[in-house]
Design a protein. Structure first.
Length: 240
């Protein structure tokens, strides 16, 4: 498979702060690729630059053969690139069903196709089907994360950006969320995953990048990174 996402020498600033420094990475179609690193390393900033929520000062981002570095976020979504943001950010005053409908807002492929994807999301995330008429704000943290993923999937993405999907969840729910990520990928969606739980992320990913203070410092097969002594010491609790 070819590259669906390619970033070359990306630089992003917050005012005078140089947050992302000549960052380069790629994701091949069908992969799960993870970015791991400490808080403040630049992972979320990179995700926001890809999805158009932040504009880069230099460098390029190419998605599915198109340059998207300066493209507006709403246009990027229509190309099949969706972000599931850190902190879930569901519409708490709307029902599960209404949140999912908003995910399909930019689609032009007709009601039948949208309805088919409702059934796909409900099959993949059956808890959402059980709670389709419940207000999103009354869901548990894990259910809200599932809803955020389902909402992103309703845009019919070729690629999904997942930012800290396990944040604040119990260990049992973390396992469920990671199983869901694998199911999403098996359904043909390429995944770029930012995740504090480096061990779980590397366990499901094909490849990984380590980011420190806005720079990529290591990259390789996920299994190789998981067995690297520096990665173990810094991100895996020194686990053997």
């Amino acid at each position: 498979m070819g590259e669906i996402l390619k970033i070359d020498n990306l630089n992003v600033y917050y005012g005078s702060i140089h947050a992302i420094k000549d960052l380069s990475l790629y994701v091949k179609e069908g992969e799960i690729v993870t970015m791991i690193g400490a808080n403040g390393a630049g992972k979320t900033t990179t995700m926001h630059a890809i999805s158009g929520l932040l504009k880069s000062q230099s460098g390029s981002i190419t998605y599915d053969g198109r340059l998207i570095s300066k493209m507006d976020a709403y246009k990027i979504v229509t190309l099949g690139l969706a972000q599931c943001p850190e902190g879930r950010r569901v519409f708490s005053g709307l029902t599960v069903q209404e949140n999912l409908e908003l995910g399909a807002y930019t689609r032009k492929d007709g009601k039948a196709a949208v309805q088919s994807d409702f059934e796909m999301v409900f099959e993949m995330l059956p808890r959402l089907k059980e709670r389709r008429n419940q207000l999103a704000g009354t869901l548990s943290g894990g259910e809200q994360q599932m809803l955020a993923m389902g909402r992103a999937l309703m845009s019919k993405p070729k690629m999904l950006l997942l930012d800290e999907p396990s944040m604040g969840l119990s260990p049992l729910l973390v396992k469920e969320i990671f199983k869901t990520i694998v199911r999403v990928n098996e359904n043909g969606v390429t995944v770029l995953l930012v995740e504090q739980n480096a061990k779980m992320a590397l366990n499901i990913a094909n490849r990984g990048y380590v980011i420190e203070t806005g720079n990529i410092t290591m990259e390789g097969k996920a299994s190789d990174l998981a067995n690297d002594s520096k990665v173990k010491q810094a991100y895996l609790g020194g686990a053997a």
